[in-house]
Ligand binder design. Sequence first.
Ligand code: 4YB
Length: 467
Amino acid sequence: MISMLMFPWLNYANSAQYQNKTALRDDLQGEVFTWPQLAQRIEQTRLSLQRQGLSMGQGIALCGKNSLDLLCFYLAGLQLGLRVLGINPAFPVEKINRLCELNDISLRIDFSSSQYHCRRLKNSAKDDRTFTLTEGYTMTLTSGSTGLPKAAVHSVNAHLANAVGVSELMRFGANDSWLLSLPLYHVSGQGILWRWLQQGGELVLPQADFYASVIGVSHVSLVPTQLQRLLSYLAKHPNKFVCTKHILLGGSQIPLELTRQANRLGIQCYSGYGMTEMGSTVFAKESDETAGVGLPLKGREYRLVDDEIWLKGAGLAEGYWIDQKIRTLTNKQGWFQTKDKGQWLNNELVLLGRLDNMFISGGENIQPEEIENIIQGYELVNQVFILPRDDAEFGQRPVAMIQFNLDADTENNFKSAVEKLKIWLSDKIERFKQPVAYFPLDVEKARQEGTIKISRNLLKTELMTLL
Ligand code: 4YB
């Protein structure tokens, strides 16, 4: 029997203090729910899953963008002791089917904006296997660079433990609201949900005009490109009232210029570093004038071993789901090796890039993120990626894919911006690190629908067509 104490929404629904308190505001549908109303809705979903014959240890896949229905299935599934896997609905059907097979999913639920559709999957009919699990788990697909992503398996307690440190740093409490601004099939969306549940605050599902919702809550999580868009939105609507007090950033390098601009508007930004396997944020600080990510949050531990960041503590997954079992993701000493390169500088962690992005040019190591960070400092640059291009003499050489901040992004403008950038860059990094060619980057095209970051592998494929 699973202890009900694990599920905060049941506690709030039964507590006198929370009877009339808003738990959730769905700005898309224009609905508001108190804790008892929300708990009732989750209970109905739990009963419908139970009627479908699902029991402890079995898997369900939720395939859709964020919605109240999807959120209820996520929580009801956990309450029933199921494994709950989120899938990006923009994935090709073949990939979705394969992921359901590999993760032993018995029921797939597809969500559209107004309804959902349940589909029993083949393996479930003869599936009496009990997976010898004793509680519900979330399964979150990692953003593995090649092949099919693995699912990291988290217990409810791991998510709740992760939530504590972030809420503490960002002063998020029962009287605050956090926008569900990132997808629940990604760990960044789940991080928001567990902070909300852990603190008993208010969760807001955004309206169609996303940035109007962003400025209507106290707390928001954004990836850096979304912050950039928020700043353009605010520049276009200077008279709008901005409630937003705290913005958590993460997922990729956070340009200082962005956090400076937001801070000038009275919005406190937080520079965070996290990942799927650790249940979202691990390090974070109030953004300041240095590019680091501060100290580990409460309950997390780190080590730097040969420049690689090793982590453990609050939020660590139980393991990956492989061959019908949870298999550990830590090394022999009990640490998760991140493949992120880091340095301890002036009492904080500074991220230097992914170890697996490094390449060799004429015998010298090139870490693409080092070059990107320097180029990002040039005021006309919106976003830049450095990729290796094969070269007969050097093995590989760096080339840049770049998006400038140009009013009219014509070919001529691009060429002249590159010429100016080359002059600016010439005394900022070693010769062998300077890109040997520049190509325009179309951020919208490069971003796979529904993913929160741009995939370097897709950019490499795109680059091949440009060479
Ligand atoms: C970074 C990085 C950084 C990650 N600089 N590389 O709640 C949050 O923490 C949150 C808030 C806003 C936006 C995103 C988040 C996240 O959860 C992000 C978590 C994430 O990106 N997970 S991931 O598994 O998809 O990728 C993890 C990898 O991303 C890390 O191993 C790093 O390589 C990279 N990364 N934060 C530079 N600040």
